[in-house]
Design a protein around this ligand. Structure first.
Ligand code: PMP
Length: 288
């Protein structure tokens, strides 16, 4: 699959254009200086999951990077709808992205136009608990999530993914599925595109999201767990504590709820709680 050359339509700066014609210039500030923000969203059975939350986060990411997306929250929601309709997508992935253009080519980008595009592609949700319950393997990255004084950590912006790609490449070279990143204090933070949870008996534990993305799926799983009467603790977790936990799973728009069976030499047994939350999450996304 070449993402630059598919059939269908992409919303690009005000209109739906043919997929293969959604180009930008090589002297775009977003490309050179990482001034780009995006979202990763899913539609299930024709409905975008947590649409308002994703739209608000996109606007927040842009504002934090000191630019304004030239569409309102409602306009973005309508654009997304048009893109899904134009491409006949009911179950799919949606990628809105906003970036600075080429009017100035230097660090300062006061005059640069803000561009906005939304692409979407089919992505059926295959809910197969048996396959997922085998779990994935994580290594521990040498790259650390930066402190809130070092980077705009609450945003979903391109620059923050530089170390995620490096981490994931190293993990894949070593035969792992993904990489667990520690933060600048050496506490456990998150995987390269998903948040992480641990269980001990019937209690859930997850790192405090003070220097990484507080995922929309993370918050959804926390609220499902609370509704189901599981106690949930947002806390600081160190590598040496990992042997205390029974189960481990990651959460994200793409990952949904995915069990983890090992973090390097620490083994976890995807079990009752993983299975329970996977099913509850699968039911929740269809109800929402
Ligand atoms: N952390 C990172 C770095 C991510 O890219 C994602 C995916 N957006 C998440 C966490 C999970 O966020 P969400 O549940 O909002 O998809």
């Amino acid at each position: 699959m070449d993402y630059s050359n598919q059939k269908g339509y992409i919303f690009f700066d005000g209109a739906l254009v043919k997929w293969s014609e959604a180009h930008l210039h090589v002297l775009s500030h977003g490309l050179h200086y990482g001034s780009s923000v995006f979202e990763g969203e899913r539609a299930y059975n024709g409905k975008v999951f947590k649409e308002i939350e994703h739209t608000k986060r996109l606007i927040h990411s842009a504002e934090t990077l000191d630019f304004k997306i030239p569409y309102s929250e409602n306009e973005i929601i309508n654009i997304r709808k048009k893109v899904l309709e134009a491409n006949h997508i009911k179950d799919g992935y949606i990628r809105p992205v906003a970036w600075r253009g080429s009017e100035m080519m230097g660090i300062s980008a006061q005059q640069n136009k803000i561009h906005f595009a939304v692409a979407a592609w089919q992505w059926p949700s295959y809910f197969s608990p048996e396959a997922k319950l085998k779990g994935i393997k994580l290594n521990i990255s040498k790259w650390k999530r930066p402190s809130p004084e070092t980077a705009p950590v609450s945003t979903k912006s391109a620059g923050l993914y530089m170390i995620c790609t490096l981490s994931k490449h190293e993990a894949e070279r070593k035969g792992y599925d993904d990489s667990l990143m520690l933060d600048y204090r050496n506490y456990i933070a998150e995987a390269t595109g998903a948040n992480i949870f641990f269980t001990k008996k019937d209690k859930l534990y997850t790192p405090i999201a003070d220097c990484f993305l507080d995922g929309i799926t993370r918050r959804t799983v926390i609220s499902i767990a609370k509704q189901e009467g599981l106690s949930i603790h947002e806390t600081r977790i160190k590598i040496e504590d990992l042997h205390n936990y029974d189960e481990c799973f990651v959460t994200g728009t793409a990952a949904e709820v995915t069990p983890v069976n090992a973090i390097e030499d620490f083994k976890f047994k995807p079990g009752e709680i993983c299975e329970f939350l996977m099913e509850k999450y699968a039911n929740f996304i269809l109800k929402e």
